[in-house]
Design a binder for this molecule. Structure first.
Ligand SMILES: *Cc1c(COP(=O)(O)O)cnc(C)c1O
Length: 183
């Protein structure tokens, strides 16, 4: 049952179960963010290379995907991303952390700096965070523009059961639930 599941995830992440929405993999959560917040011609910003579904869903929802190239050693520069975000005002910023496919891990303080510098919704996709450290999931109570995505597909090897979830503040969860199908 859904309440039991959210209670269990809440304990696992040390957050309030009311701040969680679970669904058919984090892929559904990525699409749900688009469905909920993206209007035609909105800008979606990300470092590249990154998880391909961000740009694929951007296309499907008629948004403009802007990718900022990683450095040759796969590191990324948050100050550049913040500067560009201030300029082009993306509706949503996707940050895959650790990043698929490069494995680059962005420092938590860099993500906090981003959250404090922009009005955009910042989606931190933590599909591989069980293999790393520096999750920002507990920051959802502090930042109203933060969405964290998690999945059982990678560390737990359960891709076929299709279970992923999002953590965010009450206001975001409320509007996401209005858009999400109940199944
Ligand atoms: C695998 C993956 C997903 C999607 O996984 P689901 O099976 O839909 O939960 C999302 N984001 C990243 C970065 C991934 O690598």
């Amino acid at each position: 049952n859904e309440t039991l599941l959210r209670d269990e995830i809440g304990r696992y992440l040390n957050i309030n179960p009311d701040n969680i929405v679970a669904g058919n993999g984090s892929s559904e959560m990525i699409e749900l963010v688009m469905k909920t917040f993206i209007d035609k011609d909105d800008i979606i910003l990300s470092f590249i290379p990154t998880f391909s579904m961000y740009s694929i869903f951007s296309k499907i929802y008629s948004a403009k995907f802007v990718g900022i190239k990683s450095n040759d050693d796969f590191s990324t520069n948050m100050d550049i991303l913040i500067r560009i975000a201030k300029e082009i005002k993306p509706k949503v910023i996707f940050l895959c952390n650790p990043n698929n496919p490069t494995g680059y891990l962005t420092d938590k303080n860099e993500i906090k700096k981003l959250l404090e510098s922009v009005d955009s919704i910042v989606v931190v996709d933590e599909a591989y965070m069980e293999f790393a450290r520096d999750s920002v999931v507990e920051e959802i109570s502090r930042y109203k523009n933060l969405i964290v995505l998690r999945t059982l597909s990678k560390a737990l090897g359960l891709a076929a059961i299709r279970l992923g979830y999002m953590a965010a503040c009450e206001d975001i969860i409320k509007v996401i639930k209005k858009v999400k199908s109940p199944y």
